[in-house]
Write a protein that binds this ligand. Structure first.
Ligand SMILES: Cc1cc2nc3c(=O)[nH]c(=O)nc-3n(C[C@H](O)[C@H](O)[C@H](O)COP(=O)(O)OP(=O)(O)OC[C@H]3O[C@@H](n4cnc5c(N)ncnc54)[C@H](O)[C@@H]3O)c2cc1C
Ligand SMILES: Cc1cc2nc3c(=O)[nH]c(=O)nc-3n(C[C@H](O)[C@H](O)[C@H](O)COP(=O)(O)O)c2cc1C
Length: 771
C-alpha cells in the first residue's frame, strides 16, 4: 500500500549537489514536518568545478520558490552582459546577453546553510549505499550526479542512454579577470585548435574550461600529462590572456586524469517504487549552454511541488516527469546543437571573424537573428553590413537583412537570397505546361523571391514521374516554357531556373495528390534505373540501363538544356536527388551495378558527372548550373551519409557545378528521417564549409528569421522555401514589409497594396484605429 502523502515523510536524498540540496529546501518549505536527510560523500567545502551560470529566468523561479536562498544567491552573483570572442587575433564583442555567475562552492554553501536552517540533516563524508540500505525512508531521491549509482542500480527500469561526446575538457579556475564578458578564446597550436570558455564568478576568480578534440588532445600529449603538467601546458597556450596569472585545478581528489568527456544522459524513466532521479542523474545538458544547475534546481522545485500536492508518490512522480521531461528535452536539443558546434568547430575555423562570431552565438539555435538584434542592435547591424559588403564589394549605406542581399553567380545577379524551391504541379498535358503553370510561376515571380525554380521538368516522356509532369523534349514544351519565362522577365525582376530530371525507378507513377509514388492504375510505361531495384514491391521493376540507354539519356539532358536556353531560362538545375534516375546511380541503396558505374562513389558518380559535363558544354558560360542532391538517405551506413554528401559535393564542385542544392531523403522506403525546423540545413552547412562549395539550403525553413540566420552564419548561400510558397506566393514581399526593408520591387499595379502594408506594419495602432 502506498503511504498517503502530506503526512510527515522520511526522505533521504543521495547526493548534496545543487539538485539534492535545493530539493531538500523546497520540500521542507512545503512541509516542515518532513524528515529530510542528505547523504553527501564530500565535505561541505569540497567541490569539483568552479563557477556556474544561471539566467534571470531561473533566478525568478528561485525567488518565487524560496526568497531567502534566492537573495543570498543574488548577493553572491557576478553579472555581465557581453560575450567576447577571441579568434585569429581579433576580439569581437556583442552585448545584451545578460549572464550571472556564482561560484559552485558559494552556491553549495548557501544551499547547505539554508537547508540546515530549515532542519535538513546533511551527512557529509558519507558514501551513499545501495538503496536497500534506506528501507526506513518513504522517499529516496537519487541526486547523485552524472555518474549516479542510483541510476545504475535500476538501469533496467530507468533505461539510461549515455552518449559520450567527442571533445575533451578540463574545468580550471584562474585569478585572471574575465569580468567584462563571457569570454571564448580560440587558439591554434601546432597540434590543432584548443579553446576556452571563461567567465568570472566572484570578485577574484573566473572559471576557465579548456576544451579540444580528442585528436588534438592526444597530439598535444595531454593524455599522458599529470594535472600539473596539463596546467603548465594550458598556461603556455593561453599565456597572453592569463597575463601571468596561474590556472588552478580543484579536481585533485579525482582519480586519474582531470580531463573528461561530457556524458549526455537521457533516461526512459525517472522513477521506480519510492525511488526518483533528480538533476544530472536523470538528464544532463552540455556545459556550453550552462544549464545543468538550472535544470537540477528547477526540477527540484517541480518534484517538491508534486510530492506536496499529489495524494500518492507514484502520482507525484508521474506529474513531475510529465512536466519536466519536455523542458529537459528542449534544453537537451539546444545543448546537442551547441555540443556539436564545438565538436565540429574545425569546419568553421576558416570563417571570417564576424561570421565565426555569429555562428558561435547562434550555435544552439535558441538565439535567432532578430533575437540578436534585441540584444545588441549595433553589433548586428555591423555584422549585416559586413555580410553585404562582402557580397557586393561595396560599402552599404545602411544595414539590410542577409536575405535581401543580392548574389551574383556567373553572369546572373539575383536580387535577393530567397528561392522558390522546385515543386511538381502535375498539371501538364503530354509534358506541355498549361495556363496553370503560367499563372503559378508568374505569381511566385511577382512575390519577391530572387529565384524561382520550375518543377522537375523531364527530359523524355518515359522519364516523367507522372502523366501530369512537365517535359522539355518537344517543340510545344519549349514554346510553353518560353511564355512563362518571358512573363517573368518582362513583368518582374526575378530570375527563373529550369530543373531537369529523369524519374528512373519512380517513373510511371500517380499524381502527387493521388497515391504518390505508386504505379498508375492503367497505362504504365516501361521504366529504367541504374539497377533492377524497384522503388517498392508494388512498383515496376526497372530495367538496368545499358550504355546505349545512357547515351540516349545523356543526349536527352543535353537537348533539354538547349531548349531551356532558347526558352530564356537564367539558370539550370540538374535533379540528382530524391531517388530519381541520377540519384539511383549515386546511392548504393539502388545502385547494384558491377561495372564502372557501380561500387565506389567515384564509379557511382561517373554517369551523373558525364551528364553534367555534356550539359555544361551546351549551357552558356554566363549562366549557372546547380545540382540537387539527397545528402542523407537516412538509412545509416547502408546509404548516403552526410559525410558521403561532402564527397559528392566535392566531386560536383571539381567538375564545375556552381552550387549544390542540399536536399535529403526520398531514396529509400526504409529511411528514418529526423524531421524538425531547418532539419536539412546541417547538411548544407557541412557541405559548404567542408567542401568549400556554395549551397542552397532547403527543408522546413519557413520564417524570415530562419533564412537570415542560415545566411549570416554561413550555412548556405541561398535558401529555398517550398511549401511556404504554396501557401503564400508573396512570402518575400511580406517578409520585407514586416522588416520595413524598402528596397524590394513590388509590381507597379500593386503599389497601393504595398503602401498600405508598410503603413500597417510600421504604425499598426493608428491604422487599425486603436488609438
Ligand atoms: C565543466 C562544467 C561546467 C559546468 N558549468 C555549468 C554552468 O555554468 N551552469 C550550470 O547551470 N551548470 C553547469 N554545469 C553543470 C552542473 O555542474 C550540473 O549540471 C549540476 O551540478 C547538476 O546538479 P546535480 O545536483 O544534479 O549534480 P552534482 O552537482 O553533480 O551533484 C551530485 C552530488 O552527489 C554527490 N555524490 C555522487 N555520488 C555519491 C555517492 N555515491 N555518495 C554520496 N554522494 C555522492 C557528489 O559528491 C555531488 O556533490 C557544468 C558542468 C561541467 C562538467
Ligand atoms: C508539392 C511538392 C512538389 C515537389 N516537387 C519537387 C520537384 O519537382 N523537384 C524537387 O527537387 N523537389 C520537389 N519538392 C521538394 C521541395 O522542393 C522541397 O525540397 C521540400 O518540400 C522541402 O521544403 P519545404 O519544407 O520548404 O516544403 C516538392 C515538394 C512539394 C511540397
Amino acid at each position: 500500500m502506498e503511504r498517503p502523502m502530506r503526512a510527515a515523510m522520511r526522505t533521504v536524498i543521495l547526493g548534496g549537489g545543487p539538485g539534492g540540496l535545493y530539493f531538500a529546501i523546497s520540500l521542507k518549505l512545503r512541509n516542515p514536518a518532513h524528515e529530510v536527510v542528505v547523504v553527501e560523500r564530500n565535505r561541505p567545502n569540497d567541490t569539483f568545478g568552479w563557477g556556474v551560470v544561471l539566467s534571470e529566468d531561473t533566478l525568478g523561479n528561485l525567488d518565487a520558490n524560496d526568497p531567502v536562498s534566492a537573495k543570498a544567491i543574488r548577493d553572491g552573483f557576478v553579472y555581465w552582459d557581453d560575450v567576447a570572442v577571441h579568434y585569429r587575433g581579433a576580439v569581437m564583442r556583442s552585448g545584451g546577453h545578460g549572464f550571472s555567475g556564482i561560484g559552485r562552492m558559494r552556491l553549495l554553501n548557501i544551499l547547505q546553510q539554508r537547508a540546515q536552517e530549515l532542519g535538513v540533516e546533511i551527512r557529509y563524508e558519507t558514501e551513499a549505499q545501495d538503496v536497500s540500505a534506506y528501507k526506513d525512508f518513504d522517499l529516496i531521491v537519487g541526486a547523485d550526479g552524472v555518474n549516479s549509482r542510483v541510476r545504475a542500480q535500476f538501469a533496467d527500469v530507468f533505461k539510461p542512454d549515455i552518449d559520450v561526446r567527442a571533445c575533451k575538457y578540463i574545468w580550471l579556475g584562474t585569478h585572471q579577470k574575465f569580468d567584462d564578458a563571457f569570454t571564448f578564446i580560440f587558439e591554434e597550436t601546432e597540434h590543432g585548435w584548443v579553446w576556452v570558455h571563461a567567465y568570472q564568478f566572484n570578485a577574484d576568480t573566473a572559471t576557465f574550461i579548456v576544451e579540444c578534440s580528442e585528436e588534438t588532445w592526444k597530439k598535444s600529449g595531454f593524455d599522458t600529462m599529470s594535472t600539473d603538467e596539463t596546467i603548465a601546458a594550458c598556461e603556455k597556450i593561453f599565456g597572453r590572456y592569463l597575463k601571468g596569472n596561474k590556472l588552478m585545478s580543484n579536481a585533485r581528489h579525482l582519480r586519474g586524469s582531470a580531463w573528461l568527456n561530457f556524458n549526455r544522459v537521457l533516461c526512459e524513466r525517472w522513477s521506480t517504487g519510492n525511488v526518483v532521479l533528480l538533476g544530472d542523474s536523470a538528464a544532463t545538458a552540455h556545459f556550453s549552454i550552462g544549464s545543468g544547475s538550472k535544470l537540477a534546481m528547477e526540477s527540484a522545485i517541480a518534484l517538491a511541488n508534486y510530492v506536496d500536492t499529489e495524494p500518492t508518490l507514484s502520482g507525484a512522480f508521474a506529474r513531475y516527469e510529465d512536466e519536466r521531461r519536455f523542458e529537459v528535452l528542449r534544453l537537451q536539443s539546444a545543448a546537442r546543437n551547441s555540443t556539436e558546434w564545438f565538436e565540429e568547430v574545425g569546419r568553421y575555423l576558416h570563417l571570417d571573424p564576424v561570421q565565426f562570431n555569429y555562428s558561435l552565438l547562434t550555435r544552439s539555435q535558441r538565439i535567432s537573428h532578430e533575437n540578436l538584434r534585441e540584444r545588441d542592435a549595433d553589433w548586428l547591424a555591423a555584422a549585416e553590413m559586413w555580410f553585404e559588403s562582402r557580397a557586393t564589394g561595396g560599402v552599404p549605406k545602411a544595414a539590410h537583412r542577409p536575405m535581401f542581399v543580392p548574389l551574383r553567380v556567373r553572369g546572373i545577379e539575383l536580387k535577393n537570397r530567397v528561392v522558390v524551391s522546385p515543386m511538381a504541379q502535375y498539371r501538364a498535358v503530354d509534358g506541355t505546361p498549361t495556363d496553370w503553370h503560367l499563372v503559378h510561376y508568374a505569381e511566385r515571380a511577382k512575390g519577391g523571391a530572387g529565384l524561382v525554380f520550375t518543377e522537375m521538368t523531364c527530359v523524355s516522356p518515359e522519364g516523367r514521374i507522372t502523366p501530369g509532369c512537365t517535359g522539355m523534349y518537344a517543340p510545344a514544351h519549349e514554346a510553353a516554357w518560353k511564355r512563362v519565362v518571358d512573363f517573368v522577365h518582362s513583368e518582374t525582376d526575378a530570375k527563373i531556373a529550369l530543373q531537369l530530371g529523369h524519374a528512373g525507378p519512380k517513373a510511371s507513377t500517380q499524381l502527387g495528390w493521388e497515391d504518390s509514388d505508386a504505379p498508375l492504375a492503367t497505362g504504365n510505361w516501361p521504366i529504367v534505373s541504374a539497377s533492377d531495384v524497384p522503388w517498392s514491391p508494388q512498383n515496376q521493376t526497372p530495367r538496368a540501363v545499358t550504355r546505349a540507354d545512357m547515351d540516349k539519356i545523356r543526349d536527352d539532358f543535353v537537348r533539354a538544356a538547349e531548349m531551356g536556353n532558347r526558352a530564356g531560362f537564367d539558370w539550370l538545375e540538374l535533379h540528382y536527388a530524391h531517388g530519381y534516375l541520377m540519384s539511383a546511380f549515386i546511392t548504393p541503396v539502388s545502385n547494384r551495378r558491377t561495372d564502372e558505374y557501380g561500387g565506389s562513389l567515384d564509379n557511382r558518380m561517373r554517369f551523373p558527372l558525364e551528364v553534367f559535363h555534356a550539359v555544361r558544354k551546351v549551357w552558356p558560360d554566363d549562366k549557372p548550373i546547380s545540382v540537387r542532391i539527397s545528402a542523407n538517405d537516412w538509412v545509416g551506413a547502408n546509404g548516403i551519409t552526410p559525410q558521403d554528401a561532402v564527397d559528392i559535393a566535392r566531386l560536383l564542385h571539381e567538375a564545375g557545378v556552381d552550387m549544390v542544392d542540399v536536399s535529403a531523403g526520398q531514396t529509400s522506403r526504409d529511411a528514418k528521417p529526423v524531421y524538425g525546423r531547418m532539419f536539412q540545413t546541417p547538411f548544407s552547412d557541412r557541405i559548404r564549409n567542408e567542401a568549400g562549395v556554395a549551397t542552397l539550403a532547403v527543408g522546413n525553413i519557413y520564417e524570415p528569421d530562419h533564412v537570415n540566420s542560415i545566411l549570416m552564419a554561413g550555412r548556405a548561400d541561398l535558401v529555398c522555401l517550398a511549401r511556404p510558397h504554396l501557401a503564400n506566393p508573396y512570402w518575400t514581399l511580406h517578409a520585407a514589409a514586416e522588416a520595413n526593408e524598402r528596397g524590394i520591387t513590388w509590381p507597379k499595379p500593386y503599389w497601393p497594396g504595398r503602401d498600405q502594408m508598410y503603413r500597417l506594419k510600421s504604425r499598426p495602432d493608428v491604422m487599425t484605429g486603436k488609438v
